[in-house]
Write a protein that binds this ligand. Structure first.
Ligand SMILES: Nc1ncnc2c1ncn2[C@@H]1O[C@H](COP(=O)(O)OP(=O)(O)OP(=O)(O)O)[C@@H](O)[C@H]1O
Ligand SMILES: [Mg+2]
Length: 595
């Protein structure tokens, strides 16, 4: 139970639910036990009554004996029914406290995990698959909930029942008690094993289903490729195999499930037979009355379910423990990207890279070697270079998605590690290389970074990103949904929506990472022109493969394999015979001519 001790704080938080639950479990248990005693009185009364009735045979007292007993039995009946009703009410409140508590805890825990996930660094997301993240926040949390809900509830019930019933039984007859209780541990243990088996098989089914879902999803999102390569048959064959696998697992689970109830009924039946058999012998010997047999039979019935539940709850707790251990593993991970000083700053846009080197922690690839440069407010810096030369890495370091391995990055003279993350990132407009839009309306996608969207600002951003005309041509304009179940934007349209999303923030630093790669040269020029207008007293960092995107910049860095090999303006760099920049320029000029 070591992992689960991390969840004690929730019990503390919902202590009133928990204590209320304990109270209602106790009350409902008491109300289950009293009727058993009343049944014994009633039985004994009836057997005495029959004797008495026969004794007074033929006298006038006989009918009054009859009505007296009749009234008493009726009274007992009414008491039993009333208790059953009250018990029902308490059982209702037991669920309303304990199960409700478990749902609250489930909700709290999910939110905590989600919030924690978001704080974790990008390297964490590279190490763990989305499926893993999802299963911990849904399935594992669900299993922990089973511990707080049913497991605690039935365990409390079991303990109280045992504590109250077993002494009562012993008081009536020791031998009968021992014989009656004997089959119950066997019941409990076998249920524990069967339940583990069932859960294991259910997990297998779950996994099989998940892989089938993934397969189907891939097949349908890749339907164009599938059809054009004429792979329908092959794909169906693969599906049939996955589906067969699922069927096998489901049948095997059904087999175990089919054994489950017969086994319970058999063991319960055994207890009943033992009670009647041994009890009958005791009655003959005169140590107990027939009423006691009835009482015991009720006890056995009362104990059966909790004892069954004990096996079940132990396996629930075991699984909850394993799940909580998996949750703890993630919750204990800390992000190393934190602010040292939390400096809040209105950024002007003076950016300095001072002998910056960077090695990706999880691959060990050194992406930048000793990179130094300075951009002043209002200037545009362009970075050009071959693929894999480290351009995106510069952008990632500036927005502090990673921390430098050595050297420093300063914004307005402050080390970025001292700036508050929120202050830094909220003043940067980042257009990432791989455009990602949410399955939502274009309006919400553009306004994504704003707490309070402003219509006029959004329209202006769309115009500056040169996507306004495109959007207005859609029947629903800005309310057009993109992505799944929505319209599919072209590559260039997506890029421009992504640029508008960055512009609408009115950032102090704008980073365009290859954000013009999918637009034609005319659109590129239009966007660059509006950028120059908007960013005239702010700083822009333009990353590109294409000379056409960078030639207007105040300073151009040419990166090769993580090192700055050239820097200067377009004119400077063009003059450097045999330089990489000129080679790039000529290569691109040729391909444009060819096109
Ligand atoms: N998240 C990452 N984890 C580990 N290594 C990475 C990661 N991202 C990039 N790299 C490596 O760092 C190097 C520089 O990559 P980077 O993405 O900065 O190149 P780039 O210049 O942006 O290339 P491109 O023009 O293709 O976008 C590459 O060798 C790449 O393999
Ligand atoms: Mg890149």
């Amino acid at each position: 139970m070591r992992a689960l001790s991390a969840t004690n704080k929730y019990l503390l938080r919902y202590k009133w639910h928990f204590l209320g639950g304990v109270l209602f479990v106790a009350l409902s248990t008491l109300l289950a036990i009293f009727p058993a005693q009343i049944v014994r009185y009633a039985f004994d009364l009836v057997s005495e009554g029959i004797d008495l009735y026969h004794l007074y045979a033929g006298t006038s007292a006989q009918s009054s004996v009859y009505s007296l007993f009749g009234r008493n039995v009726l009274l007992y009946g009414i008491i039993i029914v009333t208790m059953a009703l009250l018990r029902g009410i308490f059982l209702f409140f037991m669920r309303q406290t304990l199960i409700v508590m478990s749902r609250h805890i489930e909700n709290d825990q999910k939110n905590e995990i989600y919030q924690h996930y978001q704080a974790l660094p990008l390297s964490f997301y590279r190490r763990h698959s989305t499926g893993d993240l999802m299963s911990r926040i849904s399935e594992d949390v669900g299993r922990v909930r089973m511990y707080f809900g049913p497991a605690i509830m039935y365990f409390l019930q079991l303990v109280l029942l045992f504590v109250l019933i077993v002494p009562l039984m012993f008081m009536v007859n020791v031998k009968l008690t021992i014989y009656t209780l004997l089959p119950l541990p066997i019941l409990s243990i076998s249920i524990f094993y069967i339940n583990n088996l069932i859960e294991r098989k259910s997990d297998e089914i779950q996994r099989s289903l998940a892989s089938m879902t993934t397969f189907v999803q891939e097949a349908f999102s890749g339907i164009r490729v599938l059809k054009s390569f004429v792979r329908e048959e092959n794909s169906h064959h693969q599906f049939a195999v996955a589906s067969d696998n699922y069927r096998e697992k489901a049948l095997s689970l059904n087999f175990v499930n089919s054994l489950f109830f017969p086994l319970i009924l058999f063991l319960v039946g055994l207890s009943t037979i033992v009670t009647v058999w041994i009890g009958g012998q005791e009655v003959i010997r005169g140590t107990i009355t027939t009423g006691s047999i009835a009482e015991f039979l009720i006890y056995v019935n009362l104990l059966t379910w909790p004892v069954t539940a004990l096996g079940w709850t132990s396996s629930l707790v075991q699984r909850a423990e394993a799940s909580q251990a998996r949750i703890n593993e993630f919750m204990q991970q800390q992000t190393d990207v934190v602010s040292r000083q939390n400096v809040e700053l209105d950024i002007q846009g003076d950016i300095v890279f001072d002998h910056v080197s960077f090695t990706y922690p999880d691959t060990g690839i050194q992406a930048l070697h000793d990179v130094s440069f300075r951009i002043r407010p209002g200037q545009t810096l362009a970075v050009i270079g071959n693929t894999g030369s480290g351009k995106t890495t510069i952008a990632a370091l500036l927005s502090r998605l990673y921390d430098v391995s050595s050297g420093t990055i300063r914004v307005d003279g402050v080390d970025v590690r001292d700036l508050s993350l929120r202050a830094l990132r909220s003043q940067i407009g980042y257009v990432p290389q791989d455009v990602f839009l949410f399955s939502d309306s274009i309006r919400n996608n553009i306004n994504f970074g704003l707490d309070e969207p402003d219509e006029a600002r959004m329209l202006q951003a769309a115009k500056d990103a040169n996507v306004y005309e495109n959007i207005m041509r859609f029947p629903e304009g800005f309310d057009t949904k993109v992505g799944e179940r929505g319209i599919t934007l072209s590559g260039g349209q997506k890029q421009r929506v992504s640029i508008a999303r960055a512009l609408v923030k009115e950032p102090k630093i704008m980073i365009l990472d290859d954000a013009l790669s999918a637009v034609d040269t005319n659109t590129e020029n239009a966007i660059l022109n509006s950028l120059q207008r908007i960013m005239h007293n702010r700083t822009s960092l333009i990353i590109s493969h294409r000379v056409s995107s960078v030639k207007l910049a105040d300073l151009i860095l040419v990166l090769d394999d993580g090192t700055i090999v050239q820097h200067g303006t377009h004119e400077d760099l063009m003059r450097e015979e045999g330089g990489l920049y000129r080679a790039l320029y000529e290569r691109q000029l040729q391909s444009e001519d060819a096109a």
